[in-house]
Design a protein around this ligand. Structure first.
Ligand code: CU
Length: 192
């Protein structure tokens, strides 16, 4: 290999792979960040499902994370890391359930098989609250400080939605076209 070809090969190896990027910013009307906002992108082409397991822990009488986005069909485990008993339940139409009282890891995860927002609570501790946001897409994330960058998307057309705690009316979803190495930036204003 000649020196110049070797140098070119090194250059190509060191270049980052081009990836489609979606940047989303979600703020309140006053410009402050919306905490724990879920951003999800529905592709125009179907994506095969795989068996997925996620978890919401119970730590210091708090659900961690407070908001868990999952794809429809995901199994969720509810470990209890506290040394007090918790009893997780939901009365939401997308998934009504009640777990037994336990400490540690429960025997079986719960499958979330319908899209929708599942508000969860604890029968023992009234102040415990959390949300499982069940989504019809594998492309989602939580914007911790009102910002989220997603770079697992392929080139496609997408409809981008947001959800956040206390949402009365969803901000208008956006239709976007993402090129394989393109970047799209969106800004949403939360309506409360
Ligand atoms: Cu509890």
């Amino acid at each position: 290999m000649s020196r110049s070809i070797f140098a070119l090969a090194l250059l190509l190896i060191s270049l980052p792979l081009a990836a489609a990027t979606l940047e989303v910013n979600i703020t309140n009307a006053d410009g402050s960040a919306v905490p724990n906002a879920v951003v999800y992108a529905i592709p125009s082409h179907p994506i095969p499902t795989t068996r997925t397991v996620a978890a919401i822990d119970q730590i210091n009488r708090t659900f961690v994370p407070h908001v868990l986005p999952v794809r429809v069909g995901t199994w969720v485990e509810f470990p209890n890391s506290d040394n007090v008993l918790h009893q997780v339940y939901s009365l939401s139409p997308a998934k009504r359930f009640q777990l037994p009282l336990y400490i540690g890891k429960p025997a079986r995860p719960i499958q979330f098989d319908k899209p929708g927002v599942v508000a969860i609570g604890c029968n023992v501790h009234e102040q415990m609250s959390g949300f499982i946001v069940v989504l019809p897409t594998p492309y989602f994330g939580t914007a911790a400080n009102g910002r989220l960058t997603m770079n697992t998307l392929g080139a496609d057309d997408y409809i981008v939605h947001v959800w956040y705690e206390g949402m009365r009316k969803e901000p208008e979803p956006r239709h976007i076209t993402l090129a394989a190495d393109g970047t799209v930036s969106l800004a949403f204003v939360a309506l409360k």
